[in-house]
Ligand binder design. Structure first.
Ligand code: F6R
Length: 636
């Protein structure tokens, strides 16, 4: 249900939301949603202004509220919204941290909101991250008192962490908890690691308002964007109240709305398995999804599913439309079978009616876009190998330098070799910088350059191993990657121009690109948005009508089987070759800075993932392949 306003309704009121315990509204994207949230906040401020009352806002930081703040700034600048009568309380702050540190929430709030509006500095409250430990307790008590003296919170804006935290109330937080010093959960620190240039620089503690400080707010809105939040959103909205998922305490708040984009909402029962809660309009994808779900649930391959299996699992109307399970099973089986191909660039001289790619032209021009210098081999090394071996003109384009993910230790190794061969002051300067840098200092440009060159050399070695000619390797060095700070990364005209010129120059029949949407501010997400922009600009060009775009997933996730439109099987020897290609990315082995909470190396994760996908197909009744890579077509 997409709405234009967020009027609170009791959860579970309607049959389709009977699993849900928190009112929620789902929007197609975070931009439209954020505008409506900002409008609600503006309305509260204006209503209070009319009554000559101050408005007390509880504010959050992180990636989720950024667009809400942008819209509030616009309302201030263009529609006279004043914050003169607003008193704000921020939820939390890292501890210890200085307010001028670019990762502090003081810095964040100033950058993203306060410096653009007319709020009075004395009305701003943010927990202090730089007070001595022995004063923290008194500070927290005083913070609570200030909220009470301001008359309590009229409105509280929240994000949600993957640990289920609100504010920094991590799992285990009591419902009676108040503002206090807490220890950050491991997942929370991992999620913050990219901004801090590596996990080791993320503070272990934070000062946060408690559950009992948040709950008395008259109105609460929690924002969640992106599929990375989908699991925790389902647990929070549909699970039982538990201190293990502190956000579930919101189930007992009388006026809370969760504002979600469709990616964050995708695991809610009414979205994921709608047939369990309502009559559905069956389309092709939904049918595939239901049959694959039923096959997994019953543990039977598709062709063994019976009428009774459908009837006992809320899918009676699906076979009613088709007549019998027999016909439906065959339809879906064939549809999935047709996704499997060993010819990712199309099979020359073959009937292509039921193949994912066209047969003609037999030799295609192909661009493989790789956000970082190793996503190509990690995500589609087997397919890349086949495309090259099958004689297509393949171009690999690395979109960013990937320099952020090279450690100082690795850079030092190369610098020392160079220094021994050609002693030189410039190199000495970089070596000195590495030895004396402090944790929060970002790389000097010369060091970034060295790190970028290291990754270039690795990328080149990897695709050379796959027999790609060096002249078909392109380093686009898109400027967005080097625009700091991390959270502020955004597409600008120069990024679009570089990508667009490149596509125009190659005029590809096929584009392979990362379709990873898990992280709203990650590099993959930005390169995806960029591709969409560029395709829109190119839509009137002749060659583009003949271009197909295939999306792959990164190191973490895989498409669901029902969503896959091309599955490329790999033999054991091809899996081995892919692994060897990944090994050329030596700086990304063992000590990767941005690995996430998963301790396995990239190649292990991806090897397992490719094998699991083959197993999933096998369980549905298809041939028993060693491994598979998967793609989904982007219609543009
Ligand atoms: C921030 C805060 C946190 C974040 C949460 C989600 O002040 O209290 O609870 O809201 O960690 O962070 P993002 O929005 O970056 O995903």
């Amino acid at each position: 249900m997409t709405q234009q306003n967020l009027t609170y309704q009791k959860p579970g009121q309607f049959e389709e939301s009977r699993y849900e315990k928190i009112h929620n509204v789902i929007f197609p994207d975070r931009n439209s949603a954020s505008k409506i949230v900002a409008r609600e906040i503006a309305q509260i401020i204006r209503d209070n202004d009319k009554k000559n009352k101050k408005t007390v806002l509880g504010l959050a930081t992180g990636s989720s509220p950024i667009k809400v703040y942008e819209e509030l700034i616009r309302l201030h600048k263009e529609e006279n919204l004043s914050f003169k009568n607003v008193i704000s309380f921020n939820l939390d702050e890292y501890y210890p941290i200085e307010p001028d540190d670019i990762n502090s929430y003081h810095y964040f709030m100033n950058e993203y909101l306060f410096k653009h509006i007319d709020i009075l500095p004395e009305n701003i409250h943010i927990p202090k991250g730089n007070i001595p430990l022995e004063k923290v307790k008194d500070f927290c008590i005083a913070y609570e008192k200030q909220i009470a003296e301001a008359g309590g919170l009229d409105f509280q804006l929240l994000g949600i962490g993957r640990s289920g935290h609100i504010g920094f109330n991590e799992p285990g937080s009591h419902k009676n908890s108040r503002t206090r010093l807490i220890t950050l959960n491991h997942i929370t620190r991992v999620d913050a690691a990219p901004a801090f240039n590596g996990l080791k620089n993320v503070p272990h503690k934070a000062i946060t308002m408690g559950i009992a400080s948040i709950m008395p707010a008259k109105r609460i809105i929690l924002l969640a964007w992106g599929e990375k939040k989908a699991d925790i959103i389902k647990r929070t909205i549909e699970g039982e109240i538990s201190s293990e998922v502190p956000a579930t305490y919101l189930q007992s708040h009388p006026n809370t709305t969760f504002v979600l984009d469709k990616d964050a909402a995708q695991k809610l029962t009414r979205i994921d398995t709608p047939w369990l809660v309502k009559d559905v309009q069956w389309n092709k994808t939904l049918k595939k999804k239901a049959v694959v779900w039923l096959s997994n649930k019953t543990g039977k391959s598709i062709l063994k599913l019976t009428d009774q299996d459908y009837n006992l699992n809320s899918l009676a109307d699906l076979i009613a439309a088709k007549g019998t399970s027999y016909d439906l099973n065959i339809d879906i089986f064939n549809a999935l079978q047709h996704t499997i191909t060993g010819w990712p660039g199309g099979k020359p001289n073959a009937d292509d009616t039921n193949r994912p790619e066209r047969a003609n032209p037999a030799k295609k021009r192909v661009i493989v876009f790789s956000p970082h210098p190793d996503d190509d081999v990690i995500s589609m090394g087997g397919t890349l190998d086949r495309l090259i071996q099958q004689g297509h003109e393949v171009h690999v384009a690395y979109q960013t330098s990937g320099s952020n993910a090279v450690t100082d230790e690795d850079a030092l190794k190369f610098l020392e070799v160079y220094q021994n061969l050609f002693p030189n002051n410039e190199i000495e300067k970089i070596i000195d910088f590495i030895h004396q840098r402090n944790q929060t200092q970002t790389d000097i440009p010369e060091l970034r350059k060295i790190k970028a060159y290291i990754r270039r050399a690795e990328a080149l070695a990897a695709v050379r191993f796959l027999d790609l000619p060096s002249e078909n390797v392109h380093f686009l060095d898109l400027p967005f990657y080097d625009r700091h700070p991390l959270l502020k990364r955004e597409i600008q005209a120069d990024d679009v121009e570089i990508m667009q010129n490149f596509i125009q120059q190659i005029k590809p029949h096929q584009i392979f690109a990362a379709g990873d949407l898990a992280d709203p501010h990650g590099t993959h997400r930005i390169t995806f948005d960029l591709l969409l922009d560029v395709l829109k600009n190119l839509k009137n060009e002749d060659f583009i009508k003949d271009t197909r775009v295939w999306l792959y997933r990164g190191a973490w996730d895989e498409f669901e089987v029902y969503d896959i439109e091309m599955a490329v099987p790999m033999s054991p020897a091809q899996v081995e070759r892919k692994k060897l290609a990944i090994f050329y990315h030596q700086t990304q082995k063992d000590n990767v800075m941005f690995k996430g909470e998963d301790e396995r190396e990239f190649w292990q994760r991806v090897e397992e993932r490719n094998k699991q996908l083959a197993e999933k197909y096998h369980q549905l009744g298809f041939a028993d392949y060693e491994a598979m890579e998967a793609f989904k077509e982007l219609k543009f």
